[in-house]
Design a protein around this ligand. Structure first.
Ligand code: MRU
Length: 340
């Protein structure tokens, strides 16, 4: 296996390493992922996270296991375990479907490796294409609002919604980015803030509940978010809190854009109701933990509801910005996301 380095994935000495996204931004720590159990543990803990990245990391590990001599049956089992690591982001399933086809080939070890590396290169290209298409929608002097983290940390390339924002910034069109902290796991406050800082993009961190008053004051020109799954009718699953932003944007006449690669499309999922939503642990809501330690503020017997994602109906989305270009509500009504 040739060496490989992206913002958050690394192959060195035939081993997979992931940048620990729970330790950022306080610490830049690389962790090994040598076994399926180890990688699934990292995925569950969101040490490796973001729809494209979980699919890419799973594909790379599978290729490395094949290179280390795992047989076809062992690889098939590993593939199914990885596929079940998280339920909502369809990129994981889409990438592993491609790896399954590679596994069916005669020279499967070589084919798996070639396919995993191809998925990485492809994702970089998809991100660049999304950034190109999306930046054409950003007007000069824009104050943009984003939620969760959709940058280089979550992909192999420049990111999706954050890639659009970064390119629009290079083009001199971004006055400010409002970064939702993104409770409960603070992907915005920890990761997007860090990435925008590294890129030199001006930003201000806000708590999720501040978006409404900013929109009411006319301080938000557009909302840009990513996606974990896009259903055939255009409904979008993304980080919890995305739906409320879309409702707010509609009420305040603020354009609401979803940026995603083709690997996020699920034409076989008819609508948002059919998207499985991951439920996560109570501890994420009763307090907060990180490299700084753990704090619990809720009563120890507090009951909790903690879905990791919500569904934004297509009717609230101004455009879907894909690697293939800008998809309008009329395109969606004409069935552009329906099975071909
Ligand atoms: O739970 P996470 O941090 O994996 O959720 C990530 C998101 O919801 C992102 O917006 C989405 O995966 C797109 S990343 C390019």
């Amino acid at each position: 296996m040739p060496s490989l380095q992206t913002t958050s994935l690394r192959i060195a000495d035939n081993r997979l390493f992931i940048l620990d996204q729970q330790a950022l931004p306080q610490e830049k720590r690389w962790l090994s992922a040598d076994t399926v159990d180890e990688l699934v543990g990292h995925i569950h803990a969101l040490r490796v996270r973001g729809a494209p990245l979980i699919g890419l990391s799973a594909s790379l590990l599978l290729a490395l296991l094949a290179e280390r001599g795992a047989n076809r049956d062992e690889l098939a089992m590993a593939l199914e375990t990885l596929r079940a690591a998280r339920p909502t982001a369809v990129n994981l399933m889409n990438n592993l479907d491609r790896m399954k086809q590679a596994l069916a080939q005669e020279e499967y070890a070589q084919t798996l490796m070639a396919e995993a590396l191809h998925l990485i290169e492809e994702d970089k290209q998809l991100c660049d294409n999304i950034a190109q298409a999306g930046s054409s929608l950003v007007k000069a002097g824009s104050r943009l609002l984003t939620h969760c983290n959709t940058g280089g940390l979550a992909t192999a390339g420049v990111g999706t919604a954050l890639g659009v924002i970064a390119l629009a910034h290079q083009q001199g069109k971004v006055a400010n980015v409002w970064v939702d902290e993104t409770r409960p796991l603070l992907q915005g406050g920890r990761l997007t803030a860090w990435e925008l800082g590294e890129l030199g993009v001006p930003y201000q961190l806000i708590t999720d509940s501040m978006a409404a008053s900013l929109m009411a004051k006319g301080q938000v020109d557009a909302v840009w978010v990513g996606a974990d799954r896009i259903a055939a009718n255009g409904d979008v699953a993304n980080k919890i809190g995305t739906y409320s932003l879309a409702v707010l944007a509609k009420f305040h006449n603020v354009p609401f854009y979803v940026a995603a690669p083709q690997t996020t499309l699920d034409p076989h999922c008819p609508n948002g109701d059919a998207i499985p939503i991951e439920q996560r642990s109570q501890a994420e809501v009763t307090g907060v933990s990180g490299s700084f330690g753990a704090v619990q503020w809720a009563p120890t017997d507090a009951q909790v509801y903690n879905p990791a994602f919500d569904v934004t109906p297509a009717a609230l989305i101004s455009a879907w910005v894909l690697d293939s270009g800008i998809v309008t509500p009329a395109d969606v009504a004409n069935g552009i996301f329906q099975p071909g």
